[in-house]
Design a protein around this ligand. Sequence first.
Ligand SMILES: [Zn+2]
Length: 380
Amino acid sequence: MALIRSFAWVCLLIFIWAEPACSIPRYVKVRLFEARAGVPKLRLAGGIKIIEPVSRDIGFAGADYTVEAEGGRVALYAVPKGKKTKTLILRGSRLVMEESSSRGMRIVFPGRTACNYRGIVVVRSATAGGRPSLDVLNEVPVREFVYGIVASELPGDFAVEAKKALAVLTLTRLEFLPDQRAIGDSTKSELYTGCGRVAESDRVLVDSVFKERLYYKNRLVLPYYHSTCAGYTSSGDDLFLPDGDDLSYLKSVECKYCSGSPFYRDKVSMVDKKKVTALFGGALPVVQAKDSAGRPKTILVGSGALSCYQTWLKLGRGLGWSRVPGTRFAINSKKDRIELVSSGAGHGVGLCQWGANGMAGLGKNYKEILEYYFPGSKIK
Ligand SMILES: [Zn+2]
């Protein structure tokens, strides 16, 4: 569990370089359960009022409620406590819910603990793999969203100044977000598990930096961050290989501050060679050169080449992220097996979250932390 929770801090931020809108949206649309596509049913666990297709208060004392996808429509059922038979409450093209308490709507994804969400939640019917599924969208006030990101991405006992640094990066990210585009809730962008973990101190620290953004030469920076660099961050150009975006301002820096991370030391695992080559069209990736931070820079795969980041995504998605949590990896051939060695967690570009916490512990404030990991940048 600790590993899973820790790995949730790994962020794979990729944004399109665009002119900033210079004003963040008042509400953020978040597609919930992004990493678990295909869920046909959710359980509602409290703090919820139905507002569409009809306005209705539902009591949670005497029954459990489920929302289910049914052939293009969404149905709400009640199961009285102690009974197994469900009763249809309502059915419609979509179900819209709002919070009925300041603790938010409690929604349970099968097999997971409840998450609490502020704002409204819109549930529509969808199809995944030919089966009915639910599309769940949370429209959340922007401040509540940022509170939720800080509380979801970082452990509660991280230092306030490290949390402020992350809040500024998230607020900077929102400047690139067109008003109507929905974003995901997984580590593909930023982890968002709602408001359940938000402490009052999180609200205070986010409010204190709410108007601040990170700039490099008067342009908003692309706010890359990751869990643990384990010694050095990498430059954006080295890790992603230049593809048109100017990432030259994302420079490699030494980081002496993240040794407290559970991902700091090498992670070694053995994998069947066929499982690895199957991910790369039958070829075994061969590291040709490393960057100054010790991460692979160019990787030959058959007659082609991949970037470090592209190779890492294939390995992580194909073999499981616990085998290769960081981009400083080695692929060592051992007869019919592969020894995978990885240190750090996440892509290794921009802010190191565990390093930020280490710097804060040494008395650095959030501005000093951000200006260290983004050399030449300024907060305005
Ligand atoms: Zn670090």
